[in-house]
Design a protein around this ligand. Sequence first.
Ligand code: ADP
Length: 262
Amino acid sequence: TNNILFLALVDILLIISAWFFYRNIRREIKLAKIKSDFVSNVSHEIRTPLALISMYAETLSLNRVNDESKRSKYYNIIYKETQRLSSIVNNILNFSRIDNGKRQFTFSLVDINDLISEVMKNYAYRMETKGFEAQVKLNDDIPLIDGDSEAISEALTNLLDNAIKYSKEIRQIEITSSLYDGQVEITVSDFGIGIPPKEQKHIFDKFYRVTKGALAHHAKGSGLGLSIVLHIMQAHNGSVSVESEENKGSTFTLKFPISKNI
Ligand code: ADP
């Protein structure tokens, strides 16, 4: 019986180690897929602005554009697309800083309405070229918050990027600011594909993208945007939440505590 017991034990150990081996292999395969998807998604995102820059720069360099206003329009496109490229690269760099715990924030008193207006001004070109209309509804009576204005702008831009990416026929985006329950809130709403309830808790995970179900989308992205937004909001003692319905649209809400220094 001792022998039988010993053999059974060896079997059990073999099964357990085979299971661990299988699990590790599966994890490795999953990681390899995440990596290769990431590289292909990011390359795709970078390709569009690069193609535009290259096209307009070539046209200008041939000296064939006589119309002054056309020329200035092309220069503007090159400038804006360069900004877009740098925002994609900054997102990745900031993510990697967050991932190794090195991202730092510089806080000062921030007027959320001014910040939204500034972001929307810089974003107008992107909205326009994609045929979108923005409705901005700012509440005039918003107290200041303690924040890193660059980081908050980045969070807002990531939400706007998503609102555009995941819209369908209705090319409209609503942005609001308000004071609710002692907190300053920013909302960004779209009327696009929405997010299935089961997926909503995962979308803030790094690299996570909704790829299953009838609403699987073809929009490219790194899967980092919302994880960066979450990190920025945590650094502000705030929060980010989502309300969404499939095929109706999504509203993302950023909440900030009011500054105690005023
Ligand atoms: P990315 O957009 O680069 O894939 P994000 O981290 O910004 O990465 O978003 C994660 C996922 O959440 C997206 O892939 C998409 O499936 C879903 N998502 C985010 N914002 C929206 C939105 N406004 N409408 C519908 N789905 C969204």
